[in-house]
Design a protein around this ligand. Structure first.
Ligand code: ADP
Ligand code: MG
Length: 702
């Protein structure tokens, strides 16, 4: 934890554990490392995906089409056929009254040698029963002595990778399992009743005894699996509780509201009243800021729920107390767009502001950095550039991160490492429009308090979402014309969002340019169509956005650079092309760009058939609800928690085995045990965390 480092310390590389110089590793060894299989215990905790049953021999005469079986028989005939395609055909006879042909389309002379007439062969594979009788194509086989014993345990199949052959991995896991310390760390009476000791559970999973019902192993309901999931959940809960306890020891500036300060003038100047939900979260944040321990709070609220003004109120409190405030957004256009309003509110009140963006370099940047270091800049606004090593704050008291899920864990840790002179940690407020369902928030963010704005400002009309197959593009263009030529002042405006082309910025651009030309031609000279894409320079983007917000452009064709935070209340129609290519959260974010004013707004999702099942489910969810929390729940259903949170978020897939939805009983048990263990058996708790998380536990603190 960055508690006592000197002020200008460089940020430690938290994104990956430090790797000591290694002797050259073989390809499989490197592959093991890549899978995080470094320590013996890592190997022991690398659990099988499924099993192969090699403990039994099936009689050939009883083999059924499509079944997977192991047989043993004597080679009666072996020949290379060349008529259609060169292949090796081997006929096995096991005396059961049936024959089985092994068919090898690729083979080596050594295979022919093994499969010589008279050899006894044990083969395993999928059975096909066809015109030529029973056969197996490319079975796994070996020559055996007629009375060779059968394995006593099922054969595990592990998650492997291309560079890591299953046989190598099996050996590595078996030796890791033999060497690892698997003694029980958890004191008597703490593991839920009915779950086996860890060693027993691991042996049962890696080497299940013949006859173990495969279903309970493969659907993870077996008590051995339950034990592993419980231990994993416990490690996660413990490490979060540790992070929480560590934070309780940290100091942060206590910021009290003051009379006659910025906060009061700002509040008085606001052109609207705060909603009840806004007032509630403001009070929660105020209470945190008044405490001399760092706030670590997530402010979640649907798109358009008014998080910015809440952030501004917190910022004024910090500045009133004499501290600097940093405001970060994931991209320049967002920082510009999103904070422009906030700055428009605060600058007239005399607040000193510094902008730090990646695109501002050289002298301009140095000047800004100097203003931050001197404390002249009370409010520091920007992108990742805010957490560069050379940025040193005079008195950073509060850091606000917008759309926090778009920042990496390492970046959030770095922000917390920006210490001020008195070795205090800044308060941290993270904002997100992608609400995290409650169970997930609890388990992924035990060290995070959550405030929720669950109400939109008054006067919004709900957005109507319509699905259109791509063939009806002409109808959609007609609808746009109708919107932008409606006889109202100011004129209505339209967003057209172009699809993501995976891994090709070039195609993205081509597509956006073509659509821009198509719309400009179709809508005629009376309608101004602008274009915004990722390849443009920050200044160009800002200029186009300014024209759109100013109403000089009626239609804006854009790639997803407008995804979050852009606020043009007059935009009342959004068209999203190839909507099936977007994620649900992203679609919801995009849709939130309209419906920000009083005009009735619509969102058209253009899609191309055929739709995948998940694509269909996403579009259906979009058409059925506008509620960000409901969308998040459906997204979770569609994708599952691991993917929902993303590797970045969850810190390298911290939960490999447990599923927060399915294993809620185990989760509750782990949550109940964690504080008790920390209190009564702190050493066992630390050892348990180390066993499970090794060096990964840092991720949980961010
Ligand atoms: P988001 O939560 O998506 O960041 P914003 O903070 O951008 O939402 O707010 C959306 C719009 O609503 C802005 O134009 C903002 O000024 C306005 N707004 C915020 N709070 C209120 C309120 N209480 N009453 C009316 N309008 C509000
Ligand atoms: Mg916002």
């Amino acid at each position: 934890m960055p508690t006592n480092s000197p002020q200008a310390v460089s940020v430690p590389p938290v994104s990956a554990p430090p790797v000591a110089p290694q002797p050259a590793l073989s390809a499989p060894q490197r592959a093991l490392r890549k899978l995080g299989l470094v320590r013996d215990i890592d190997l022991a905790l690398h659990l099988p995906l499924r099993y192969e049953d090699e403990t039994r021999i099936a009689p050939i005469s009883g083999l059924r089409d499509g079944s997977v079986a192991q047989v043993q028989g004597t080679v009666r005939e072996a020949r290379v056929e060349t008529r259609s395609r060169r292949q090796l055909l081997v006929v096995l006879d096991d005396g059961s009254g049936g024959e089985l042909t092994l068919r090898l389309l690729h083979f080596y002379p050594s295979n022919q040698k093994t499969l010589a007439v008279g050899a006894v062969i044990r083969a395993r594979g999928e059975v096909r029963v066809g015109f030529f009788g029973r056969e197996m194509v490319h079975p796994v086989f070996k020559a055996v002595a007629p009375d060779a014993p059968l394995p006593q345990a099922l054969t595990p199949v592990y998650p492997a990778s291309a560079q890591l052959p299953q046989a190598y991995l099996r050996k590595a896991v078996a030796s890791g399992l033999a060497r690892a310390h698997l003694g029980e760390l958890l004191p008597e009476g703490t593991v839920p009743a009915g779950l086996p000791p860890l060693r027993e559970a691991l042996l049962a999973l890696h080497q299940p005894a013949a006859g173990t019902p495969l279903e309970t192993l493969e659907d993870h309901s077996h008590p051995a699996w339950q034990r592993l999931k419980f231990d994993e959940l416990l490690a996660q809960q413990l490490s979060q509780a540790q992070a929480q306890a560590a934070r309780a020891l940290l100091r942060a500036p206590a910021m009290m509201p003051c009379v006659g300060g910025l906060r009061e003038s700002f509040h008085a100047a606001l052109p609207f009243l705060l909603t009840a939900a806004q007032q509630r979260v403001v009070a929660e944040i105020d209470a945190d800021l008044a405490h001399p321990r760092p706030m670590h709070r997530l402010l979640q609220g649907d798109v358009g729920s008014g998080k910015t003004v809440v952030a501004a109120l917190a910022a004024t409190t910090a500045m009133d107390a004499g501290w600097q405030c940093a405001l970060m957004a994931p991209t320049e256009i967002l920082a510009e767009q999103h904070f422009r309003k906030l700055i428009g509110w605060l600058e007239p009140l005399g607040v000193g502001i510094a902008w730090l963006m990646g695109s501002r370099k050289g002298k301009a940047r140095q000047a800004m950095v100097a203003r931050v270091a001197s404390g002249e800049a009370q409010l520091v606004v920007g992108t990742h550039a805010v957490i560069q090593d050379d940025v040193v704050f005079a008195r950073l008291g509060l850091a606000i991160v917008d759309e926090q899920h778009r920042f990496g864990v390492a970046q959030r840790l770095a922000l917390r490492a920006k210490l001020d002179e008195q070795r205090l940690e800044p308060h941290l407020l993270m904002m997100s429009a992608t609400p995290i369902p409650r169970t997930l928030a609890m388990s992924y963010y035990a060290d995070l308090d959550v405030s929720t704005i669950d109400e939109l400002p008054p006067g919004r009309t709900p957005i109507v979402t319509k699905l259109f197959a791509d063939g009806r593009r002409a109808d959609v263009v007609a609808r746009i014309r109708q919107e932008v030529t409606a006889p109202v002042q100011p004129r209505r405006q339209v967003y057209w969002v172009c699809p993501l082309v995976e891994e090709s910025e070039h195609l993205d651009l081509q597509n956006a340019t073509a659509t821009h030309a198509e719309l400009a031609a179709a809508l005629g000279p009376g309608v101004q169509v602008g274009l915004l894409h990722g390849r443009m320079k920050a200044a160009e983007k800002a200029a186009v956005m300014a024209q759109f917000s100013g109403g000089q452009l009626q239609v804006l064709v854009a790639t997803t650079v407008i995804e979050v935070g852009v606020d043009v209340p007059n935009a009342s129609l959004m068209v999203i092309e190839h909507a099936e290519r977007f994620g649900l959260a992203q679609l919801h974010q995009l849709r939130g760009r309209v419906g920000r004013g009083a005009a009735a707004s619509a969102c058209v999702l253009l899609y191309t058939t055929p739709l995948s099942a998940t694509g269909k489910a996403r579009l259906k969810a979009m058409a059925e609800t506008n509620d960000g929390f409901e969308i998040a729940r459906r997204d979770l259903d569609i994708r599952g928690p691991g993917e929902f949170m993303g590797a970045r978020q969850s810190g390298d897939a911290l939960l490999r085995f447990a599923d927060l939805n399915e294993d809620s009983v185990l989760l509750q048990q782990a949550r109940a045990l964690a504080p008790r263990l920390l209190r009564e058996h702190p050493q066992a708790a630390s050892q348990h965390v180390a066993r499970w998380l090794g060096s990964k536990s840092d991720y949980l603190k961010a």
